[in-house]
Design a protein around this ligand. Structure first.
Ligand SMILES: [Zn+2]
Length: 260
C-alpha cells in the first residue's frame, strides 16, 4: 500500500493557522476519532482509503494517519490519526529535501522514519476510547469554495448565475457562529452575490426539507422584493451533501427576518 506525503500548506488557513509546529501537529493529529483534511489543489485526488499518509510542514514530518474515505471528487480526505512524531522529525533525514509534493514513501522509508522518532513518544493511539464523532480542523476556504463550485456545478442554486466571479460559497450557519459546522459541505451553499447577500442578511431563507425559498417580505422594499422574486427559481440541489434541515432551521430561527 502506498504511503503518501501530505505537504501542509498554510495558504488557505488564514488567521486560523496554528502558531507553532506542536500546535499544528495537535490540530492535525491530536486526539482520537476521525478528521477531515481538505486539499488545496495540487494534491487533490491522490489519496485512497486505506493509505497511510505522513504530514509534512516546513521541512518537518509531524505524524501519520490512515485514510478512511475520500470525498468531494478527491478534495476532501477523511482520516484517522494514528501516530504523532514528538518531536517532529526533519524530513530531509529520510528523503531528498524539497521532494515533490506527490512524494510516496516506501515501507522501508516509513520504518526508518518511525525508528527515528523517539520511541517513548511514538506509540500509536489506542484503539479503545476513540470517539466515533467527526472532529474538524480548520478547512481551507479555497477548498470549501472549490468543493461547493463542484457540487453545485458552478451555478447559483437559486437563479443559475454561472460566473465564478459572482458566486460565493456561503455558510448557512456563519463561520464565527458555528465552530462545529465550519466547512461542512451541508453547511455551504453556492449562491450569486445577490442571493448570498440576501441569505446572509436574513432577507431570505430556505424552508427545511423542501428548500423552498422564502423572502422576509416586510423587511424588503417592494421593488427589491419584486425583483428578487422574479429572478429566484426553485432551489437546485447539489450533486451531494445538500443543506441539512438542522442548519436551515437554525438559519430561520437566528438569521431570517421574515415570519417563521
Ligand atoms: Zn442567484
Amino acid at each position: 500500500m502506498a504511503i503518501k506525503l501530505i505537504s501542509v500548506s498554510e495558504d488557505y488557513w488564514g488567521d486560523d493557522f496554528p502558531e507553532s509546529m506542536p500546535a499544528l501537529a495537535q490540530v492535525l493529529l491530536g486526539t482520537g476519532g476521525q478528521k477531515e483534511y481538505n486539499f488545496t489543489g495540487k494534491q487533490r485526488a491522490l489519496c485512497r482509503a486505506g493509505m497511510t499518509v505522513v504530514f509534512r510542514y516546513d521541512g518537518y514530518l509531524l505524524g501519520e494517519g490512515e485514510v478512511v474515505d475520500v470525498r468531494d471528487d478527491g478534495w476532501q480526505m477523511i482520516y484517522r490519526p494514528t501516530r504523532v512524531y514528538r518531536p517532529p522529525v526533519r524530513g530531509s533525514n529520510f528523503f531528498k529535501a524539497g521532494a515533490s509534493i506527490y512524494y510516496e514513501f516506501t515501507s522501508a522509508q516509513l520504518a526508518k522514519i518511525r525508528a527515528g522518532v523517539e520511541a517513548e513518544s511514538s506509540d500509536p493511539y489506542p484503539k479503545t476510547g476513540e470517539k466515533p464523532g467527526m472532529t474538524t480542523h480548520r478547512i481551507g476556504q479555497d477548498a470549501v469554495r472549490k468543493s461547493a463550485l463542484s457540487r453545485y456545478k458552478n451555478r447559483c442554486c437559486l437563479c443559475g448565475v454561472d460566473d465564478p466571479r459572482l458566486l460565493v460559497a456561503g455558510h448557512i450557519r456563519g463561520w464565527a457562529r458555528g465552530e462545529k459546522q465550519r466547512g461542512q459541505p451541508e453547511n455551504v451553499v453556492l449562491m450569486c452575490l445577490l442571493h448570498d447577500g440576501m441569505f446572509g442578511k436574513g432577507l431570505m431563507s430556505l424552508k427545511p426539507t423542501t428548500y423552498q425559498p422564502e423572502f422576509a417580505e416586510k423587511a424588503l422594499p417592494v421593488r427589491t422584493l419584486k425583483l428578487a422574486r422574479k429572478i429566484t427559481r426553485a432551489f437546485r440541489g447539489p450533486t451531494r451533501s445538500p443543506p441539512s434541515d438542522e442548519l436551515l432551521r437554525w438559519h430561520r430561527k437566528h438569521v431570517f427576518l421574515g415570519d417563521e
